[in-house]
Design a protein around this ligand. Structure first.
Ligand code: C5P
Length: 226
């Protein structure tokens, strides 16, 4: 069965404070966007990769994606929110595709095993699958004045990552119906009434958001290079 992946990379990266879109920031001499390609190369059934980037960078991204050679890849312009960027990417996925993965470019060091695990579980269940990790901190509900209200039972919580995988038909239908502003695709699917389940995520799938995360990414690279 055919699998397409949408890599959303159209965020501004404001929280990084480097004055350029996050996916075009370099780590270890390569852009975050280009690191995202590594696990995709190793995916057996990938029929299409859609990269969603800021409109002004569509051309530059297309040039930098040359190394994908054997893999069909397209670059499209994103929108003002993550949800709009995913919708733009989804419009480039052809009818007849079986499974669509949606992945944050900011999770550039996600191991290929996570992609495989998600794809396998979508095939096995026929519904949405997202990678997640147990929450290890104690989580408090806090009032606007800073006073603690309660402790949330963390055994029922999961910190959610990407790639999130869905049957193509469910994802396109859910996006057609979606209102609101959702920060992940599982929420869009749940809103449309579809089940979604969790498989094990990976600590290396952390989302590069702040300058500290760039240091963490550098450390990860140093440790993985002999
Ligand atoms: O902002 P945040 O880090 O949560 O964004 C998650 C992912 O969504 C990033 O990879 C970012 O590039 C992408 N995004 C996007 N279009 C937007 C906002 C975020 O593609 N308008």
């Amino acid at each position: 069965s055919s699998v397409a992946v949408i890599v959303v990379a159209a965020g501004s990266g404001t929280r990084l404070g480097l004055n350029r879109p996050k996916a075009f920031v370099e780590i270890g001499g390569r852009t975050i966007l280009s690191w995202c390609i590594e696990p995709l190369r190793a995916l057996a059934d990938l029929s299409l990769a859609v990269f969603v980037v800021p409109e002004a960078l569509v051309e530059q991204a297309t040039e930098s994606l040359e190394p994908l050679d054997h893999l069909p890849a397209v670059v499209v312009a994103g929108g003002a929110t993550r949800q709009q960027s995913v919708a733009a990417g989804l419009a480039a996925v052809p009818e007849g595709t079986d499974i669509v993965l949606v992945h944050d470019a900011a999770r550039a060091f996600t191991p290929v095993e996570v992609f495989d695990r998600v794809i396998e579980a979508v095939r096995a269940t026929g519904h949405g699958v997202i990678p997640g990790l147990p929450v290890t901190d104690t989580i408090k509900g806090v009032a606007t004045d800073g006073t603690v209200r309660d402790t949330v039972d963390r055994s029922t919580l999961t910190a959610v990552q990407t790639p999130q995988g869905f049957p193509f038909d469910q994802l396109t239908e859910a996006y057609r119906l979606a209102g609101g502003d959702f920060t992940d695709d599982a929420a869009v699917l749940r809103e449309a009434g579809h089940p979604v389940s969790v498989v094990a995520g990976d600590s290396r799938s952390f989302k590069i958001t702040t300058v500290d995360d760039l240091d963490r990414a550098d450390d990860l690279l140093r440790r993985s290079r002999p």
